[in-house]
Design a binder for this molecule. Structure first.
Ligand code: F0G
Length: 370
């Protein structure tokens, strides 16, 4: 059955069209799609790469920092790149139900793409640990939303067991289609800069994204599109840093709820990316995360969620420790929008609106103008 919103992959194999048709249309030749793949897209990708000199100045660095602002995807996180692939492939196989465990963003994205494909979506969330905006998204897109009395790792275990029944398709990043879609962000960065960055900073949770970026960079390198590869620098939250500690964390804790994960599914992908690229995996405290979160908003007018700020906290730490040579070209992925987590923003800003009488004089008084 062909629907108006769903096209096939061959229509625009590696399209250079000035009209953006989503990551599958743009990068089809690097993706496992064919003319038989019904493309489910919300026109994800093509997100801005924004240079942030004020932020670099504030952290005392002397390098170029470019932020891949993935907040401007259709559901406001990077997950949409992987989800267009996962749901398109699920539809190609005739899947009727997709399922995922999530700290919030994967569930928002899965729910949206399933709605677009008109298939059922079931999401398992750690009860009480999801940012408000993300929960609102899953509910609005009509996913069957199940809160488990446990953490993300437990939810993912259940989802994987359900996947083995063959009755549902798992769209977490254990699904290889997700990694394929997400690697397109690395392509976009190289296309924009005309080269690969020297360093790429990322927050690490379930470790799918760092795996995907490294795959993207190495494929562009093999294809002769870039002459050198970046060093991959991943950052976990200090209370949820299994890869840094070298062991699963049973009760992970961090303010950055998106990366509150104790046993990442793509653990090996992350360590492989770090080893092959001569990169680094380290942890940053919640305090460092919140400091970077606010600093970015106030110096550059860019609002990201706390998990994204873990990468920025990593940049600050590396700048202080002189790990980034002068004039380096540095990229960092801003994985999700700040508006997804209004509670963290209100708490972190430390300010409240100034309430005044509805009079010009009253406003002037609080402005300090007399
Ligand atoms: N940043 C944000 C905003 C995320 O939502 C996630 C993961 C990450 C970073 C880490 O990426 O897992 O590929 O290492 N969120 C998943 C979710 C776990 O369920 O939404 P990763």
């Amino acid at each position: 059955m062909k629907r108006a919103l769903i096209t096939s992959a061959t229509a625009s194999q590696h399209s250079e069209s000035p009209v953006w048709e989503g990551v599958i249309a743009r990068y089809a030749r690097y993706l496992p799609v064919s003319g038989a793949t019904p493309i489910v897209t919300l026109k994800e990708g093509n997100t801005p790469l924004i240079r942030v000199p004020n932020f670099v100045h504030a952290c005392g660095g002397k390098f170029e920092l470019w932020l891949k602002y993935e907040a401007l995807n259709p559901t406001c996180s990077f997950k949409d790149r992987g989800m267009t692939m996962a749901v398109s492939k699920a539809l190609e196989r005739g899947t009727k139900v997709v399922i995922c465990a999530s700290t919030g963003n994967t569930s928002a994205s899965a729910a949206a793409y399933a709605a677009r494909a008109r298939i059922r979506c079931v999401v398992l969330l750690p009860h009480g640990k999801i940012a408000l905006g993300k929960l609102a998204q899953a509910l609005m897109y009509g996913a069957t939303t199940i809160a488990i009395d446990g953490n993300f790792d437990e939810a993912l275990r259940i989802v994987r067991e359900l996947g083995e029944t063959g009755k549902v398709e798992v769209v977490n990043s254990v699904n290889p289609a997700r990694i394929e879609g997400q690697k397109t962000a690395a392509f976009e960065i190289c296309d924009h800069l005309g080269r690969a960055p020297d360093f790429h900073f990322l927050p690490v949770g379930n470790a799918g994204n760092i795996t995907a970026y490294w795959k993207g960079y190495t494929e562009y390198f093999s294809d002769g599109r870039i002459a050198a590869l970046p060093r991959m620098f991943g950052f976990q939250a200090a209370g949820a840093a299994p890869i840094v500690e070298g062991r699963p964390i049973e009760k992970p804790e961090t303010i950055a709820s998106a990366i509150r994960i104790g046993n990442p599914a793509s653990w090996h992908g992350a360590t492989n990316a770090i080893e092959e690229s001569k990169g680094l995996i380290d942890k940053v405290t919640d305090e460092e995360i919140l400091n970077a979160y606010q600093l970015l908003a106030r110096t550059e007018g860019l609002f990201v969620e706390p998990a994204s700020a873990a990468a920025l906290a990593g940049v600050i730490r590396c700048a202080k420790n002189h790990l980034i040579p002068e004039n380096s070209v540095v990229a960092a992925t801003m994985t999700g929008h700040g508006l997804k987590d209004p509670d963290s923003a209100l708490k972190t800003s430390g300010t409240e609106p100034l309430i005044v009488a509805p009079k010009k004089e009253a406003v002037m008084k609080v402005m300090g103008i007399y």
